[in-house]
Design a protein. Structure first.
Length: 147
């Protein structure tokens, strides 16, 4: 890796955003992997069961989604530690490939939720999409800022 491959500007903001997206995603994924029935019935903790409201339990689907969440969380965390520009861009792009359709689907299917849950879900999923976009914007600015 050359020095030009490292993020040099906005390092701490990019690192923070990568961890802020990746750590919760990985923890949610571990929950789905280790306790799929609990995840299905209780996610988010203290809520009315956002997953349960969408249909019958499917252990295969819940554990697959859990593995995806852990993998994305790992990728974002690894990018946060390395701050390799190509890896940061790949991680943020991979995140957005997941989070944009995920957000759009849920935004179009809020009818099964009460008002508080619909607002909470919309806010949390909007944040995840905005966070991924911010990473790409900051990484691009870092490239432009180089001499």
């Amino acid at each position: 890796m050359t020095d030009g491959d490292q993020i040099t500007h906005n390092r701490e903001a990019i690192r923070f955003l990568l961890f802020a997206l990746g750590i919760p995603q990985a923890l949610i994924g571990v929950w789905a992997l280790l306790a799929p029935r609990s995840f299905y019935g209780d996610f988010p903790a203290g809520g009315d069961g956002w997953v349960r409201a969408l249909g019958p339990f499917d252990e295969h689907l819940v554990t697959d989604v859990g593995a995806l969440f852990v993998a994305l969380g790992f990728l974002l965390g690894f990018a946060a530690v390395s701050l390799s520009r190509p890896l940061v861009i790949a991680a943020a792009t991979s995140w957005l490939i997941f989070s944009v359709p995920h957000f759009a689907w849920h935004l179009s299917n809020l009818g099964v939720y009460g008002t508080a849950d619909a607002i909470g879900m919309t806010a949390s999923l909007a944040w995840t999409t905005i966070g991924g976009i911010l990473i790409l914007v900051l990484a691009r600015r870092s490239v432009r800022a180089q001499p």
